[in-house]
Design a protein around this ligand. Structure first.
Ligand SMILES: CC(=O)N[C@H](C=O)[C@@H](O)[C@H](O)[C@H](O)COP(=O)(O)O
Length: 230
């Protein structure tokens, strides 16, 4: 294992804690800035240590309303590299008030031909930290080498060649945590408190939960799908 990287105040605040992702997909009735701010306030009231949020307008509004570390991203599209794909997106997220900018750090080509390292350099120059959203072990190693401050398993199961498991990819969490000096975040399909605790036991620095807490449309659909049709 590598020596641990010097920890940041934000990393210390998130250590062994829950981050709640407050997002709503296009077309969802909850996709409204005021509603997402209320979801973030509810997460804070419930004891979340951090919030993850999408789009500069929403990030700015949550930043003004909730006094917790804020992980921001900017989804642009839904295919290829869509999570904070360029330096322009990353700087807008930082300027909106995110303490940590989450960006795709998979090995896929970016829409503007840039690199993840470009994003790291720009975000650090703007005074924020970077969370690398990866799908594989090799991408996590490369992202840490490129200067990421956190590596998150966000994209495991969502890119070609990365099979989607029913639950979180805890083997990836474990392998990255055992190898990287930077904090590793368990994210993606964490559905129960027990899975969140297990992710920490497998080495995660912190855990992000989205759908299971803040997505009633998707949760309702799961129940409906489980019922027999008459
Ligand atoms: C793959 C992708 O685009 N993930 C996004 C990243 O920000 C979000 O849509 C997820 O909700 C988030 O990662 C939390 O995951 P889950 O909702 O499974 O707890």
């Amino acid at each position: 294992m590598n020596d641990p990287a010097p920890s940041s105040p934000v990393a210390d605040l998130l250590s062994a804690r829950l981050i709640v992702s407050c997002q709503a997909p296009p077309g969802d009735p909850l996709r409204d800035t005021g509603t997402l701010v209320r979801l973030a306030r509810a997460a804070a009231a419930g004891g979340a240590a951090g919030i993850r949020a999408n789009e500069p307008e929403v990030i700015a509004a949550i930043s003004a309303a909730v006094d917790l570390p804020l992980i921001g991203l900017w989804k642009d599209g839904d295919t290829g590299v869509y999570i904070t794909p360029t330096v322009r997106h990353a700087l807008a997220v930082a300027e909106a008030g995110a303490h940590v900018v989450a960006a795709d750090a998979t090995a896929r080509p970016r829409p503007d031909g840039g690199t993840f390292a470009d994003i790291v350099a720009a975000v650090h120059a703007a005074g924020a930290l970077v969370m690398a959203d990866v799908a594989t072990f090799d991408e996590g190693v490369a992202a840490a080498a490129a200067g990421a401050d956190f590596v998150s398993t966000t994209l495991s199961g969502y890119v070609p060649g990365s099979p989607r498991q029913d639950g979180p990819d805890l083997d990836l969490v474990c392998a990255l945590s055992a190898t990287l000096a930077v904090p590793v975040v368990a994210e993606g399909r964490v559905s129960t408190p027990e899975e969140a605790a297990l992710a920490l036991a497998r080495g995660a620095h912190s855990v992000v939960v989205g759908t299971a807490i803040t997505a009633p449309t998707a949760l309702t659909s799961r129940f409906v799908t489980a019922l027999p049709r008459t």
